[in-house]
Design a protein around this ligand. Structure first.
Ligand SMILES: C[S@@+](CC[C@H](N)C(=O)[O-])C[C@H]1O[C@@H](n2cnc3c(N)ncnc32)[C@H](O)[C@@H]1O
Length: 338
């Protein structure tokens, strides 16, 4: 069967052209995860770039995996030159607008965030059917990754050294749940380490329907103002299946208020072992970074040094793409096998 994927448009045509390689890699990784690895080709139709692949008719699980593709708009089956729509985007657990509403400088594009979640999932030993996974973004800003993970029906943990950003994300999520009348509980938990307060966790538990909430079929979001290093002091056991983070670009978000590559390198070197400890065996990590401030081979080298298997192949290679002046972003994915 021949399948053709129509991709979501992006307002910036240069970025749109760049994302084609991301969409292609993502589709390949999802097909591979679904057990039907196939060549993914770019085809031009009506002046638009489509992605096409040949595969046996997709089963329910495979269609659900493809329906999670961040760049997918609609997947068509092609027969005798005619296109028949088969799969669109999977429905969101809470609401499509959840990761979209907050707008701010330094926000990670939500489609890109969702793409990183998919690469981490595909590289990991876990599956959508393994029950709700837990995703950790240890540099969560105002929570784009956490919100995208919640919309997959997963649990999320988001930490950031910027207390103001975390506070804004917590307030926004509370307002979102109230506005949409989503049944929820919210508590603050003080975490201590070495006899001192190490973090104040904001914990939400919620479900899309009151029946699910009563039956305790709930999901959770935990957020706190916490540095990469601080995480290791409050979680002594693995707390997540996937780690997904968009690292500071060293342009506006350098740690310590804008210092550049050296401190970014040091920060990553110190943080990686903590993030690896936070992941369960079989879990995976996807990190995006600006190649102008962190060298790709160095990031992958550090991941390997931290004991991870760096993912390679059509789904994980050649992902560097232009974002804006001074930012060319790459993504490195790695798996924890021990
Ligand atoms: C590119 S931004 C991530 C944006 C986020 N994905 C969003 O959409 O809001 C990088 C984030 O790393 C955070 N950060 C920098 N150094 C950190 C550290 N040592 N520990 C934790 N977070 C840190 C910054 O505060 C910033 O929010």
């Amino acid at each position: 069967m021949k399948y053709c994927a129509l991709l979501r448009p992006h307002a910036n045509s240069r970025y749109q052209a760049e994302t084609l390689k991301l969409a292609r890699a993502e589709l390949y990784a999802l097909l591979e995860k679904g057990g039907c690895a196939a060549e993914v080709a770019v085809e031009s139709r009506a002046g638009v770039d489509w992605l096409a692949f040949e595969a046996p008719r997709l089963d329910e699980r495979q269609a659900r995996l493809i329906g999670a593709a961040a760049h997918l708009y609609v997947l068509f089956e092609e027969e005798n030159g005619a296109l028949r729509p088969t799969t669109g985007q999977n429905p969101a657990y809470l609401g499509d607008d959840l990761p979209l509403v907050l707008k701010y400088k330094g926000k990670t594009n939500e489609t890109f965030t969702s793409f990183m979640l998919n690469l981490a999932l595909c590289a990991s030993d876990y599956d959508e059917t393994d029950g709700p996974l837990a995703v950790l973004d240890p540099m969560c800003g105002r929570g784009t990754t956490a919100f995208a993970a919640l919309n997959r029906g997963w649990n999320a943990l988001g930490f950031d050294v910027d207390a103001g950003a975390v506070d804004e994300a917590v307030k926004y999520f509370k307002r979102y749940l109230e506005y949409h009348r989503v049944k929820h509980a919210y508590v603050q938990k003080s975490m201590t380490a070495g006899g001192k307060q190490a973090a104040m966790l904001n914990v939400f538990e919620f479900a899309p329907t009151p029946e699910q909430f009563r039956a305790k079929d709930t999901r959770s979001l935990t957020m706190a103002a916490l540095s990469a290093a601080g995480l290791g002091r409050i979680y002594r056991k693995p707390c997540c299946h996937l780690v997904v983070a968009d690292l500071p670009y060293g342009v506006q978000h350098g740690p310590g208020g804008g210092k550049k590559s050296l401190s970014l390198e040091d920060m990553l070197y110190d943080a990686l072992p903590v993030w690896v400890d936070a992941m369960r065996t079989g879990g995976a990590m996807a990190l995006s970074f600006n190649v102008n401030t962190l060298r790709p081979e160095m990031v992958r080298g550090m991941m390997a040094e931290a004991g991870l298997d760096v993912a390679e192949g059509a789904g994980y290679d050649g992902l560097a793409h232009w974002v804006e002046q001074a930012i060319t972003r790459d993504v490195a994915v790695a798996v924890k096998r021990f």
